[in-house]
Design a protein around this ligand. Structure first.
Ligand code: TA6
Length: 303
């Protein structure tokens, strides 16, 4: 595990060459490469990486609100997607596990832990102003040869319950969005944010992206054993499994929206990305004083 010269990022590599890079700002994973150096996440060429705004790409951490919640008493004054992605997190440390069960010795994993609390130096000032609860977040990024897991533990250190939403806003890299299919959403109810939040059902077992797509799904299968998979030109690319995250948001801005997002570059880049975002965003997670909400995603490389 190494740090960048300006201490803004943490980089971890496995003996076999896989690599993950995490910006302390937002604890945002900004790069995930396989052993051959192929980048698996999409990062805008205009993404701000200097802490001046949320990163456009990689895996932004969304907490304590997904989108905006003007009608929610505790979250109504928060900016879109909350403050976790615009706070400077602390690097808490790393742990590695060599596989000791007889597999090749170099089948290691490396886990990076990041922390953000209501008392943190790097906390976005909008937090105490608009969400004045005592909390502690631990965000872990675990790299193995064929997968990346990100998990969050949100602890309520206050004396009264708070309500939160959690989402991992993953920008997966694809070669050509027009040959992408998303599987694993058959019969799933979803809210269509491109059609006045209409409640619909995914009748076709395969979702293809042919225009701006912004849907909050509640998949019906087993979140771990029946993952959402991204297939490209008939070849499975990614499997996204969830732990305690009941929703998956699928987003692609397409031409006009990409045009309208200042830090989305190149503008044709929507052809090379699809956001598959595990989260608990269908409702609100009430966390009792002293309790915690935990959720995780595991993205497995299938090619
Ligand atoms: O996850 C989909 C979404 O909620 C879209 O509605 C779009 O707003 C996207 O997130 C990006 O949001 P951002 O605040 O990062 O520009």
């Amino acid at each position: 595990v190494t740090f960048s010269d300006d201490n803004s990022r943490v980089i971890a590599e496995l003996p076999t060459g896989e690599r993950v890079e995490v910006l302390l700002y937002g604890a945002t994973v900004i790069s995930w490469k396989d052993a051959q150096g192929n980048e698996k996440l999409w990062l805008s060429e205009a993404a701000k990486l200097d802490g001046s705004k949320a990163v456009r790409g990689g895996i932004p951490v969304v907490f304590p609100v997904f989108g905006t919640a003007p009608d929610h008493p505790q979250a109504r004054d928060l900016p879109q997607h909350g403050f976790a992605r615009t706070s400077r997190w602390e690097f808490l440390g790393k742990s590695t596990s060599e596989s000791m069960d007889g597999r090749a010795a170099n089948e290691a994993t490396v886990k990076l832990d990041f922390g953000l609390s209501s008392a943190a130096q790097g906390l976005d000032p909008i937090a105490p102003k608009h969400w004045p609860f005592k909390f502690n977040l631990i965000y872990s990024v675990t790299l193995s040869q064929k997968s990346l897991t990100t998990s969050i533990v949100a602890t309520n250190d206050d004396s009264a319950p708070f309500e939160c939403q959690v989402l991992m806003h993953t920008y997966l890299r694809v070669k050509d969005i027009t040959s992408v299919e998303v599987h694993g959403l058959a019969n799933a109810p979803y809210i269509d944010k491109v059609d006045n939040l209409a409640a619909k059902t995914q009748s076709d077992p395969t979702l293809t992206i042919t225009g701006e797509t912004d849907r909050v799904y509640t998949p019906q299968g087993d979140p771990t054993n029946d993952p959402v998979t991204v297939v490209e030109a008939g070849k499975p690319r990614y499997a996204v499994a969830r732990d305690n995250l009941s929703n998956v948001v699928v987003w692609n801005p397409w031409t006009d929206k990409a045009q309208g997002i200042a830090d989305f570059a190149p503008k044709e880049g929507f052809r090379n990305m699809i956001c598959v975002e595990p989260g608990a965003v269908g409702g609100w997670q009430s966390v009792e004083a002293g309790d915690a909400f935990e959720g995780a995603q595991t993205i497995t490389l299938l090619d």
